[in-house]
Design a protein around this ligand. Structure first.
Ligand code: SD4
Length: 354
């Protein structure tokens, strides 16, 4: 079951602060997850992590749709495959899911009706690739990987990213499905292109269909190598050209194979300001547990903009070199999916500041 998420309708930056953000009600899903979620994630980690030998292979990802994505990634990991291949294959599941309006094909468009996608990927060698505001390409994560592997660059944006993808053999397609187009047209009518009104009238209730999520995925393969991927259609009905944290290395995703990896979801602007995922990894380097590192990064965001933070969601998810994982969010309702040899479909309720 899909429990809708948070946010929406970024139109002008100041208005993001005004409370366009909403919350999931709560988590759930897997039967075992219900009881396990009662534990703190650190306690939980201890319960399932066998300790010295390392809890891997393992793959974790944001939100409930991470379960299906993890299962796909697991096919690579259980065969002894590379974490990089696993995360790419894993996040392609929500990218292709026509019922998912927050990632890839069928993602809600920007306020001008264009579906623009953001994605990045990072491997165990510190290589990384990214595309931002790419259009007409259904799997931006695979384009990001090719930017990493086939160009001397880290990031391609907009038309250049699409051009590169086509040169690499990707098909140019219309990603705006009739359902997403209808939602956008409905939004145009009710929002009247008026961000203040749209936000002030609080038409987007917690859990409504305009709420938005990104998939961030982190995996450790059988060799103990870490990779990560992050992909999103960004905020629904965003300003044309707006790019969030998801394709920004260090913000939406960061991996250091000596330490661990981190990824984020939520209002990308606040994550970028605090270089969130890099911060989480650096805190783990200093000895913080994954959950404590995520918590510290969340507190940093709140401390800088306490009033803003009350009305927005940002969630971090992290894993360390031992395969211990944790998460923390500003608001309640941030869930993450965990897949190991013991259990492939665990959904955990992340802790939150509020
Ligand atoms: C963004 N971080 O574009 C993404 C959106 C998101 O949950 O994750 N929403 O800012």
């Amino acid at each position: 079951m899909v429990l809708v998420s948070h946010l929406l309708v970024p139109v002008s930056f100041p208005f993001i602060l005004a409370g366009m953000y909403n919350r999931r009600k709560f988590i759930k899903v897997s039967a075992a997850g219900a009881s396990l979620a009662a534990f703190s994630s650190s306690v939980f980690s201890k319960a399932v992590v066998p300790g010295q030998s390392g809890n891997f292979p393992i793959v974790i990802s944001t939100w409930d749709f991470g379960i299906a994505a993890n299962k796909e990634a697991w096919k690579t990991l259980e065969k002894g495959g590379r974490a990089l291949d696993a995360v790419e294959a894993g996040v392609m599941i929500p990218e292709a899911d026509l019922h998912n309006h927050t990632v890839g094909r069928a993602g809600y468009p920007d306020r001008d009706g264009h579906v623009t996608l953001d994605a990045c990927i990072m491997d165990e060698f510190g290589n990384c690739g990214s595309v931002a505001a790419i259009e007409y390409i259904a799997h931006p994560i695979s384009v990001a990987r090719l930017v990493m592997e086939k160009t001397p660059h880290v990031m391609l944006v907009g038309e250049g990213a699409t051009q590169f993808a086509v040169e690499q053999g990707f098909k140019k397609e219309n990603l705006l499905t009739p359902e997403s187009e209808a939602a956008w047209k409905k939004w145009l009518v009710t929002a009247k292109y008026s961000p203040v009104m749209n936000i002030e009238n609080k038409q987007h209730k917690p859990g409504d269909k305009y709420n938005h999520d990104t998939i961030g995925m982190l995996a450790i393969d059988g060799k103990g190598n870490i990779s990560g991927a992050c992909t999103t259609s960004g905020m629904a009905f965003k300003m044309r050209g707006r790019v969030g944290d998801s394709p920004i290395i260090g913000a939406g995703l960061y991996v250091d194979n000596e330490v661990g990896g981190a990824t984020s979801t939520g209002v990308g602007e606040e994550v970028i300001r605090n270089v969130g995922s890099f911060l989480v990894v650096e805190l783990m380097r200093q000895g913080y547990s994954p959950e404590d590192a995520c918590k510290e990064a969340v507190k940093r965001i709140i401390k800088k903009k306490p009033e803003t933070a009350k009305n927005i969601q940002v969630g971090f998810l992290a894993i360390n070199k031992k395969g211990e994982y944790g998460a923390y969010a500003i608001q309640q309702g941030f869930s993450f999916a965990v897949c190991t040899a013991e259990k492939q479909d665990l959904l955990v309720s992340g802790k939150s500041f509020y």
